[in-house]
Design a protein around this ligand. Structure first.
Ligand code: NAP
Length: 321
């Protein structure tokens, strides 16, 4: 089979396509013939060696998200058979490949109406958005949410789930295309995070009260200002951050507000299983639908890694083996 391999940390050019033996499943394992692999910003942090204790050992094949068809099943696997359509919630061997070795517990059935590229856009974006909104921000007790960086994979997932939960949604994007997309997805108030007055617009839209929940995709730029946009008892969930930031703690103290950080990989197993089950329920029910922005051949993985880090998000980038 063909796979992408990283043999040294570095720029997108270290993603090399190579031939490898097909994986063989051991007890409790399944081999999936990958039809689409999802590209996440975290894949680029791992590729460049910038992900601290989450850096994989070299060499490795990137990718936690993918969708495809069960190709082989090891002993002691129940509930899946060769030919089943599945999507991955993590893998053992990496999803940027024609085949991926997975634990049975890392696989979910893919509903017939969901395409493979859409299936490759489920795990990291939707489970992150679900955990942030419902397990950490307790959004069912909130009236308003600001999705700060709503045009990307996590943001679109958050809009779809917040809309179903009946929240009033304020959402930001940085391009005309991104703003159009978040409007189509159902955000009530769409704002450009590069505009000088978008924060004022949020305060005006809430009659000066502020928002109950903020999902923050770029905390190193926005966290200090976020604290001025929170309502009494408000909470910011830090999902993305690419550097340090200064905050004024008094803005938290005066609002009884809180900042909660999250990393999907650190989610306790029971909470992760519950979040995946909730995402599945919504997928089967048709209230969520991943948006795929670009399908790129597996061999062009370096192009996909450049694209995912450029401004102008608009849904998921997937690799097609
Ligand atoms: P993505 O698809 O690349 O989207 C990035 C988003 O950030 C876009 O909506 C982009 O908007 C927005 N953005 C750019 N500049 C911004 C600014 N100044 N203020 C607010 N938003 C801004 O990435 P993603 O998959 O949605 O992930 C978003 C972030 O969360 C990434 O940093 C990722 O590493 C992180 N993440 C963390 C976890 C976790 O477990 N904590 C899980 C998944 C993702 P425009 O391009 O329209 O400007």
């Amino acid at each position: 089979m063909k796979r992408i391999s990283v043999r040294e940390f570095g720029g997108p050019e270290v993603l090399k396509i190579e031939e490898a033996d097909d994986p063989r499943p051991e007890s409790g394992q399944v081999v999936v013939r990958i039809r689409a692999a999802g590209v996440n910003p975290a894949d680029t942090y791992m590729r460049s060696g910038a992900y601290g204790s989450r850096n994989p050992a070299l060499p490795f094949t990137p990718g936690s998200d993918g969708a495809g068809i069960v190709h082989a099943v090891g002993p002691d696997v129940s509930g899946l058979k060769v030919g089943d359509r599945v999507y991955t919630c993590g893998t053992l061997s990496g999803s940027y490949a024609e085949m991926a070795l997975c634990q049975r517990s890392q696989l979910q059935k893919l509903p017939d109406k969901v395409t493979f590229p859409e299936g490759a856009a489920i795990f990291v974006p939707y489970v992150t958005a679900y955990r942030a909104l419902f397990q950490l921000a307790c959004a069912e007790t909130a009236a308003t949410v600001l999705i700060h960086g709503a045009s990307g994979g996590v943001g679109i997932a958050a809009i779809q789930m917040a809309r179903r939960a009946g929240l009033r949604i304020m959402a930001t994007a940085g391009t005309a295309g991104g703003l159009e997309l978040i409007r189509e997805e159902g955000a009530d108030i769409c704002l450009d995070h590069h505009s000088p007055d978008y924060r004022q617009a949020i305060l005006e839209a809430t009659s000066g009260k502020g928002v109950d929940v903020i999902l923050e995709m770029l905390a190193n730029v926005n966290l200090g200002h976020d604290l001025e946009l929170l309502a009494e008892g408000g909470r910011v969930i830090v999902i993305g951050s690419r550097g340090p930031v200064e905050i004024v703690p008094r803005n938290l103290m005066s609002r009884n507000a809180s900042i909660i950080g999250m990393l999907l990989w650190n989610t306790p197993p029971a909470a992760l299983a519950a979040a995946i089950a909730e995402v599945n329920k919504r997928l089967v029910g048709g209230t969520i639908r991943p948006r795929v922005r670009a399908e790129i051949p597996l061999a062009n993985a370096p192009e996909a890694h450049r694209l995912v880090m450029e401004p102008g998000a608009g849904g998921k980038i997937v690799l097609i083996p």
